[in-house]
Design a protein around this ligand. Sequence first.
Ligand SMILES: [Zn+2]
Length: 405
Amino acid sequence: MNTMAQPLAAAPVAAAACPSCGGGAVRTIYAVRSIPLHSCVLLDTPEAARSFPRRDLELAFCSDCGFAFNAIFDEPAMAYSENFEESQHFSETFNSFARDLAAEMAERCDAAGSRIVEIGCGKGEFLIELCRAAGASGVGIDPSYRADPGRSPASAGVRFIPERFAAAHHAIPADIVVCRHTLEHIAPVGAFLRDIRAMIGDREDVRVFFETPDFARVLREGAFWDIYYEHCSYFSCGTHADLFRRSGFAVDDVRLVYGGQYIVQYARPVEPDPDPLPPGGAAVAEMRALVDGFEARVRRTREAWFERIDRAHREGRSVVLWGGGSKAVSLVTTLGLGDQLRAVVDINPYKQGRFLPGTAHPVIAPERLADYAPDLVVVMNPLYETEISRQLDALGIRADVASLT
Ligand SMILES: [Zn+2]
């Protein structure tokens, strides 16, 4: 089914308060129907992939503080478990980014000998790398943590708690609090930040590092594939920093990294302002301006990618995607792609041999690509295009390569 024709609802959200600022100037700016509840889950059969639970998503925008969120997010349904495969650490491009970031953090947070707590540590690769680079000890908290033999070298002084971050963890001593690619999965973002601030208490020497996807780029480029069910909260650099300032932190540095895709932010606790300024200012103005015209930009990117892939298929050309993560699930579900796409390649061995939730496209290893004789390879992240082109050359595959933005 091609879902492209569905209208992008632009309507007031009934009785929703903004989870970031508590304001009420909230309206829907984007909607997509019946998308998989999770896109990093592993499905062993096409039947299980097709019958995977789905929900609607309605993205609401708060014009008071510039925050965007899924106003009908079904949080109780989002039970994270160790069956999730979110790791990007099989890519040399990503590993090189993570190594450089760990080295930067070790130096800027003066992390030698410190105690690091990472909230939402995934499979723990980054925490192990950071503790190794810094000579620090660490505790990683994440319900999807799973110790796979050989995945990450065992590291003395690093332990993991496979649970969701909660008040019970507030007593773990922390000199540095790290939270990467987690805030976008949290619906009550204001309450989450207040929790972290309460955990830190009156220790003003604690350093806090967050890394979160940038939504300003998504708005600017009409990059609808970066909107998916697991992500219920969306920030720009400015609105991210504003939330921290309202929550008892001073922001020392906030900037974009990773080809402009991720926000990184260094902050520290300060005495909460008893009479904070209401949200507003340049960060909110930027987001308001970007939200205007987003619907038209999404329509253009949707039509352009559907037409490109569908035309190739009609002409008898074999099309595959490279990258079987959340972006891929969002792209194929939102465009309603079926037979037009032969397979999805992923270098993560934990994904290979399994099926994309929703559409049940097979996820294959690069070595199996020759079986599909691809004519067009759609690269889900432009940062990986060089790495992927090199792998295609090594496999002797001549195909057109086109990257999403
Ligand atoms: Zn707000």
